[in-house]
Write a protein that binds this ligand. Structure first.
Ligand code: 9MR
Length: 375
């Protein structure tokens, strides 16, 4: 009989090692389904981390099979769309919280925590917003939106992506800030206003600055890392109440410039500013990988594992969120489709809601992550 490791015993994967005979029920007893391996959040919790996924309210309303798996795997949910201005603010003097409430209500019923995404972004804004953003009134409009929204969900939404995608060195603006409606109307202090307003409305919710394109050893990403570290340092120096950096981690399974040392150095640099890190929107696109599903899934899983193994040892990292739970729906099929039109496989569960090699990569990385309790 092969030796069975303590890890295999703890994770419930003994049956395959023992073979079919050992798994068969004793004569006269009812067959039992094999014990299911713990979900991703259960594994994350052992390390004082969390795992969660973004959800679209359409899924929440219509897809029972999908929703049945959410509490199995997740400890957090985030609205993929429901907290954006275009959803919350149909008119200047109106707040429409119904879609966001659906998500928050669902989370409360299932004991899940909620991340709010995002209080300030340059996309998904109502048409009326930009014309109303004047230097004299714009700041009040922004502060009121944040105080009202965060106040409404106080204690029920425990993380906020306060400002989303604030940098774009290619835009040529001072300090590498992105050229957005907010920057044009209010100047760089819109970031300060947003964080202060959020802290005032709910001092206990985690305040995050969220952005993409900081994972790879590519020149344009090197510039983004530099600009981001400078921005974080200047926010801290001005006592802006930012608490964490959100790394979106939209990964590319065919990208060959993943340098683990560089990734962990960047995390350490962020942590040295006294900030936490959340992996906020992870997925792995496969539009540069071959069509064969086994080949694709293996490459996606290996890529994710390499990234997570570089990130999770950093004590500042609080948890991992993927941008969806199942391949049934991903923004990538709309915005970055494969040339052969095959659906992408960027998320931990397949379209049948079965765990994929990417799930195993996440589980393995969480199992190996150091415990951070007390850090
Ligand atoms: O996945 C989201 C998609 O459903 C929305 O149509 C889109 C515009 O609101 O936003 C997508 O989510 C983005 C997130 O808010 C910010 N980072 C990039 C995400 C993918 O585009």
């Amino acid at each position: 009989m092969p030796l069975i490791s303590r890890r295999a015993l703890l994770s419930g994967c003994v049956a395959p090692l023992l073979g079919a005979a050992a798994a068969a029920p004793a004569p006269g007893t009812a067959p039992r389904s094999p014990p299911r391996e713990p979900g991703l959040n259960a594994r994350a919790l052992r390390k004082d981390l969390f795992y969660g996924a973004a959800l679209d309210t359409r899924i929440l309303r219509t897809d029972r099979t999908y929703m049945a798996q959410v509490p199995v795997e997740c400890g957090f949910v985030v609205g993929e769309y429901s907290f954006k201005w275009s959803e919350l603010r149909p008119e200047p003097d109106k707040y429409a919280f119904d879609h966001a409430e659906l998500l928050v209500g669902y989370a409360a019923r299932h004991g899940l925590r909620v991340r709010g995404h995002a209080l300030v972004w340059y996309q998904s804004n109502p048409d009326w917003l930009e014309p109303m953003l004047k230097p004299d009134t714009g700041e009040k409009l922004l502060a009121t939106h944040i105080r009202t929204t965060v106040g409404h969900f106080r204690k029920r939404v425990v993380h906020w992506d306060v400002v989303n995608e604030a940098i774009e060195p290619e835009d040529g603006k001072p300090n590498g800030l992105r050229d957005t409606l907010w920057l044009r109307a209010l100047g760089p202090s819109y970031i300060d206003t947003a964080f202060h307003s959020c802290a005032m409305a709910d001092p206990h919710a985690l305040r995050v600055l969220n952005d993409y394109g900081m994972e790879y050893a590519l020149p344009w990403q090197e510039r983004r890392r530099g600009v981001m570290l400078d921005l974080l340092a200047s926010l801290k120096a001005r006592n802006v109440p930012i608490q964490a950096l959100g790394l979106q981690a939209h990964l590319d399974g065919s990208e060959t410039h993943l340098d683990q040392k560089l990734v962990s150095k960047f995390c350490a640099d962020v942590a040295s500013l006294g900030l936490k890190i959340v992996i906020t929107e992870m997925d792995v696109r496969d539009n540069g990988l071959p069509a064969d599903i086994a080949v694709r899934d293996a490459a996606i899983a290996a890529h994710a594992r390499a990234y997570l193994d570089a990130v999770l040892p950093c004590p500042a990292v609080l948890g991992v969120v993927t941008w969806g739970l199942s391949d049934r729906r991903s923004w990538l099929d709309d915005q970055m489709p494969r040339a052969d039109k095959l659906p992408q496989r960027p998320l931990p569960l397949d379209t049948e809601m079965h765990r994929k090699p990417l799930w195993t990569a996440l589980a393995g990385a969480l199992d190996l992550a150091p415990v951070r309790r007390g850090s």
